[in-house]
Each structure stands twice: as C-alpha cells, then as structure tokens.
Design a protein around this ligand. Structure first.
Ligand code: G3H
Length: 496
C-alpha cells in the first residue's frame, strides 16, 4: 500500500481504484487483477478489473471533456501541466517505491524515472506554447494559374481522445510522454497502464487529479487485456493511439482502423566496434547500454558486433566490468534485479540455452534464481543462434565477431527491428558513413543508444515502430491541420 496519506483516496481496502470522470472508482465487475512482485514472486498489489461498460463511460466523458479543454487558452493548459509536473516531483518517493515493488526497478533509477517525467511534462508545456501558437499563412498566387485572391490560414487543432498505452519498463515516464503532449495540444487522454506498473501509473495520474484538470479529461482504466484490450484499441471513440511495448503493437496497428498511430515496439540495437575505437569507452557503454535495468530497455544494446582484431581485448574489458555488477534486490539499488515475470525469465533462458547448444562461449557461469538472472556475456555468437536476432529483454548480451564493417552493417540491417544502433570509432568520417548505412531510426556515435534527452526525435523503422516521438514530434503527431481560406473578389490588374 502507498506510504503517503495523499494517496489514500486511490485505494479501496487492498484494491487500487481506477480513475474516470474525475473520480477514483471501484469497478462493478467486483474482480481484480493481481500484480506480482518480480523479486519476491508474491502478490504485491491488486487493481480493478474494469468492464467494457466502464470503458464506454470513460470514453464518453473523455469526448465531452475534450471539447471544452480545446477551448481553454494554451497558456492555461500549460499552467496546469506545470502544476502536475511539480506534484509528480513532490511525490517522487512514494511513486518510486511502487516502481521498485511492481517492476523491480532499482531504487535510484525509480526516482530518476519520476523526476525525468516531471521535467518532460514541464518541457512539453513550454514547447507546446511555442509550437502550437504558430500556424501558416499562404497566398494563392504562388501556385500557377491562380490570382492573389485566396488567403489560407493553417493551424493545428487537437485530434480528440488519445488512447495511451505505455509498457511495464517505464510505466510513469512512457505514460507522461504520451499524456503531456496530448493534453497541451488540447486532447483528452484515456490511459491503459500495463498490468505490471499499473499502481505506479495510478499514483502518477493522481498527481494530474490533484493538479485540478477538468473531470473526464484524463482517465486511467485498469483491467485484463483479454477483456478490455481489443475493446479499447478498436473503440470508435478513440481518435489516436500512442503505444509503446512489444509486438502486441503490430496486432493493434492491424486492428486500429483510421486513426493516427504512434508505435514503439522494441529493438535489437547493435553496437558496432571498429579497430580504432577507445575500448575503455566502449566497454563502459556496453555495461550501461546493455545491462542497466537488467537489459529491459527497448534501447538497450542487444548485440555487439566487434572487429575480430580487437574482440579479445574488448571482451576482456567487458567481462571485468560485468563481474563487478551487483546482483540482487531493487530496494538495495542493485545493478541487476529480477526480470519482470517468470515467463520473461523462461524466454531469456530459452535464448541462452539455444546459444549454448550451438556453441557460444559463456564468459560467466549462467545462473538463475526465480526471476533473477545473473548478467551474462556470450562470446562467439553466430547468426544461426536465436540470440543473434531476438530481443531477450534481460541481462544477457551476445557478441558477434566480424571481419569487416560491411558484415556488421549487414547484420544490423537484416534485423526486423530497427530502433537505434551505435558505432564506436575515432574516425568521424567512417562514423558518418556507417551511420548513413545503418537503417535504424537513430544511430549514436561513440555512445550507447538512448531515447533521451526527451526532446530529441525518437523513432523506430520496420517492426520497431510507426511515427516519431520526442516531445516536439509527439505534440505535432497529436494534432491535425485545419485550414480556413478567405476568398476575396478577383483582383483586376494590368501587366505592363
Ligand atoms: O524501453 C524503451 C524506452 O523508450 C527506452 O528509453 O533509452 O530512456 O531507457 P531509455
């Protein structure tokens, strides 16, 4: 249960309420969804199992609230967002405690996630004020055959109701990265939090409630995907879907219909290491990029492609650092904590065993206790191994030795995923040419992949996503263009 009395309203006995129409509510289903603590594998929290009828009601009030919100002056919308950002930061500790318990996020990273989210909301408010106040003015005589009698005013208007579906690994940050752009642009939001991460999400939503947003403008519907998942994503009352997660996103994109989609569906981010790279820098980035939050980041380094001539030296440096990683409880701020669920742990184990059978070299002994998997570097991985292509979302990292840069680029481009990648070299010309050849949404030169800073464009190609995120792109994505054309009488003129 939450440690702060400020959050007493959001729980009924031991089941967290859902949020709709400006109120915290108990579902008529009388059922709850259990949330299992990944570290203890015991029941940690319970959330309401909402019904389809409750989804309908939330969408109805979202529609009504949006019409009024769109008329609220932009500066006032920004002011409300700043208030929510301040509240989120004020309550960073109780929210972070939920992240520790339900997604096993290391304690310090959990606080960082909440603070980063507050900053994201504030930046979004300011960016929204800047970019939404601008439009376009066109005059017709620049197009052949036209007189100067039509004046076109184009501006950005909201889409309506935005359905926000964040993933378990950033249930606060990747929720506000959808909520804040939607709200500043004049939309309303229905949030469907991930089951694992729902309680952190409900706490975050309470900060928006305390900030005084109008009734119905934001709702948070918890429940079973099997009961309300498709119902929500195919609902005619939804005007935009912003989703981050796994390949469920591909299914959603096929079913969603005529609504704008923003999708981020994971990655197999490659780290290409050239002969001239600073191997100390590479090793430090492989640790940060491959093992932070136990590899459960879509932007984690998920395959190292290193030139054979420096592979032994690099592997030695990485192994030394892997062996120093602290494995244990998120409460103790360990580097490596339990992965989110037993099914994830089993999936990761499957990839590791497949690589073992096919002859990969294990740089550490493979060890797993429950959902806790000790960090493992796998050397001499070959393309016939599943781990060369699949996304473990865990603390296990394959190294493929390459004999040419082209081989590395080919591996990267042959993947279905295309989120980010990185290249390490001291030669900026080579780095730029490799960046150009890597068909991914972003290429980082001499640093591990990362989404932040949160105002940078962030996008995946191929199965890694649809559209571009980052604060500015998200605000723009959650608007449509409206034009008004003023038609004047045809001018009479004479030439020459
Ligand atoms: O897991 C997906 C996130 O978008 C990654 O964000 O690079 O800040 O960890 P991050």
């Amino acid at each position: 249960m939450s440690s702060s009395s400020e959050f007493d309203d959001i729980i009924d006995k031991d089941v967290y309420k859902y949020y709709a129409d400006g109120e915290w509510k108990v579902s008529a289903s009388g059922k709850f969804v259990p949330i299992i603590n990944p570290s203890t594998r015991q029941l940690q929290y319970k959330v309401q199992a909402c019904t389809q009828e409750e989804v309908n009601k939330a969408l109805e009030s979202a529609k009504a609230a949006q019409k009024l919100w769109a008329k609220v002056p932009l500066w006032k919308r920004a002011e409300a967002l700043h208030k929510a950002a301040a509240l989120l930061k004020q309550y960073k500790d109780p929210i972070a405690q939920c992240l520790v318990k339900e997604v096993a996020k290391p304690a310090k990273d959990a606080v960082t996630e909440v603070v980063r989210s507050g900053d994201l909301i504030s930046y979004c408010a300011e960016e929204g004020v800047r970019i939404l106040s601008e439009g376009k003015f066109l005059v017709s005589d620049s197009f052949p055959g036209n007189e100067r009698n039509k004046l076109c005013l184009a501006s950005k208007i909201p889409l309506g109701v935005v359905l926000a579906i964040p993933p378990f690994n950033y249930p606060v940050n990747l929720a506000v990265s959808k909520i804040a752009p939607a709200l500043i642009a004049g939309n309303s939001v229905v949030l469907k939090p991930p089951t694992q991460g729902a309680v952190s999400g409900l706490h975050m939503v309470h900060c928006f409630h305390l900030a005084g947003f109008p009734k119905g403008l934001i709702s948070c519907i918890t429940g079973k995907g099997s009961e309300i998942g498709d119902f929500l994503t195919m609902h005619p009352g939804v005007n935009c879907i912003s989703f981050t997660g796994g390949d469920t996103g591909i299914a959603i994109s096929k079913k969603a219909g005529m609504v704008p989609l923003q999708m981020e569906l994971g990655g197999k981010d490659a780290c290409i290491v050239l002969e001239d790279a600073d191997l100390e820098l590479v090793a430090a980035n492989i640790i940060k990029g491959g093992f932070s939050y136990s590899g459960q980041r879509c932007t984690a380094i998920k395959v190292v492609l290193v030139m054979e001539s420096v592979a032994d030296a690099l592997v030695e440096k990485v192994v030394a650092k892997v062996n120093k990683l602290k494995v244990g409880a998120p409460e103790d701020d360990c580097d490596i904590t339990a992965v989110v669920s037993e099914s994830s742990a089993k999936f990761i184990e499957g990839l590791v065993m497949d690589a073992k059978e096919k002859g990969a070299t294990f740089c550490q002994e493979y060890k797993r206790e429950g959902n806790l998997i000790w960090p493992l570097l796998l050397d001499h991985v070959r393309p016939d191994m599943r781990i060369a292509w699949e996304e473990p979302f865990g603390p296990v990292l394959p190294v493929i030795r390459i004999n040419s840069v082209e081989e590395g680029i080919h591996h990267c481009n042959a993947s279905n995923f295309a989120l980010q990648g990185c290249v390490f070299t001291k030669d900026i010309n080579k780095a730029m040419m490799i960046s150009d050849a890597m068909e991914t949404g972003t290429v980082q030169i001499n640093s591990a992949p990362a989404r932040g800073p949160d105002h940078f464009p962030f996008q995946g190609l191929r199965d890694s996503g649809i559209g571009s995120q980052g604060i500015t792109n998200s605000i723009n994505m959650m608007t449509k263009v409206k034009t008004t054309v003023i038609n004047l009488p045809s001018p009479s003129y004479t030439m020459g």
